[in-house]
Design a binder for this molecule. Structure first.
Ligand SMILES: NC(=O)c1ccc[n+]([C@@H]2O[C@H](COP(=O)([O-])OP(=O)(O)OC[C@H]3O[C@@H](n4cnc5c(N)ncnc54)[C@H](O)[C@@H]3O)[C@@H](O)[C@H]2O)c1
Length: 272
């Protein structure tokens, strides 16, 4: 295999937390890695990287960004619960602009950052997989369901491939008890993106982005299909987390989405 199988990869959300972790592995796969965000990332572009400012809610700008790209790794947009108008711009319009322009410019595959919160309203004693109906736990998660639906539609209609990653809780170390199930280590995130980029036939896939944790809520077949074999395990942090974080048995801990459950949607800021 060519050491750099892609001419051009676009990485959106390049100034964000996960994209910062992904720059190094993606640089190894592409002759040119295009970093894009509203503002430049903290770390200046390396030799085979360039930065292009782009607001995902601007259809024409996204079209210009995607010219010549074979693969898009879409980490950009609103990454937590916000009012609807904010989510509308960054995620609903942003994801449409991405798919519409990807089709127009011949992009072969999109790796779409979805979220485990798409199924956050399942209880923690229920094993869950992508074949089960979404049960989003927030407006943010609803916007991720929409992204997955776009991905499915553009694949069925036009063969544009997508690997939708229902990313768990990605951090250097698990931060709370929920992360015993939901943790995705940085090293496993990099493994996952590599598999999603290189799988010979991705088609339309939905994969939970989690490490090989001893405790598991999520099970999927597409992880195997794209060759993702995580290697880290939150289990070794268990005792330390029990000592250091919130006591078990909180009202929100019965839901897989955890603290998303605490938000009250009867407030005016739900709209803004
Ligand atoms: N971090 C996690 O553990 C986690 C878990 C589940 C899902 N995800 C998803 O993974 C992706 C990356 O997460 P992250 O933690 O790096 O998020 P982040 O908030 O750190 O980064 C997102 C980036 O998107 C950019 N952005 C926002 N609106 C934009 C717009 N209109 N146009 C262009 N850029 C815009 C922001 O400037 C930011 O740099 C997100 O889609 C998030 O929903 C992350």
């Amino acid at each position: 295999m060519d050491e750099r199988p892609f001419q051009r990869i676009v990485l959106t959300g390049a100034a964000g937390r996960l994209a910062s972790v992904l720059r190094a592995p993606l640089r190894e796969l592409a002759h040119c890695l295009v970093l894009s965000d509203l503002m430049p990332p903290g770390e200046a572009p390396e030799a085979n990287e360039i930065f292009r400012a782009c607001d995902l809610s601007d259809h024409q700008a996204v079209g210009e960004l995607l010219q010549g790209a074979e693969l898009v790794v879409h980490m950009g947009g609103i990454s937590q619960e916000r009012g609807f108008k904010t989510i509308l711009q960054g995620n609903l319009i942003g994801q449409f602009n991405l798919y519409d322009n990807a089709l127009a410019h011949g992009v072969k595959r999109i790796i779409l950052a979805s979220s485990n919160h798409v199924t956050g309203y399942y209880r923690i004693d229920q094993p869950v997989g992508p074949q089960m109906p979404p049960r989003p736990d927030s407006l943010y998660a609803v916007s991720k369901c929409y992204g997955e639906a776009l991905a499915s539609f553009y694949h069925d209609r036009h063969g544009l491939e997508s690997v939708c990653l229902r990313i768990g809780s990605c951090s250097p170390q698990p931060r709370n008890l929920r992360a015993l199930n939901a943790w995705l280590s940085h090293a496993d995130l990099c493994r996952l993106i590599r598999c999603a980029a290189l799988a010979p036939q991705a088609g339309f896939a939905v994969v939970y982005g989690v490490s090989d944790n001893a405790e598991k809520w999520w099970h999927d077949d597409d992880a195997e299909r794209i060759g993702y074999h995580p290697q880290d395990n939150s289990g070794r942090y268990r005792d330390a987390l029990l000592d250091a974080t919130e006591p078990p048995g909180q009202p929100y801990s019965v839901w897989q989405g955890g603290k998303m459950y605490l938000r009250d949607y009867r407030k005016p800021e739900t709209w803004t």
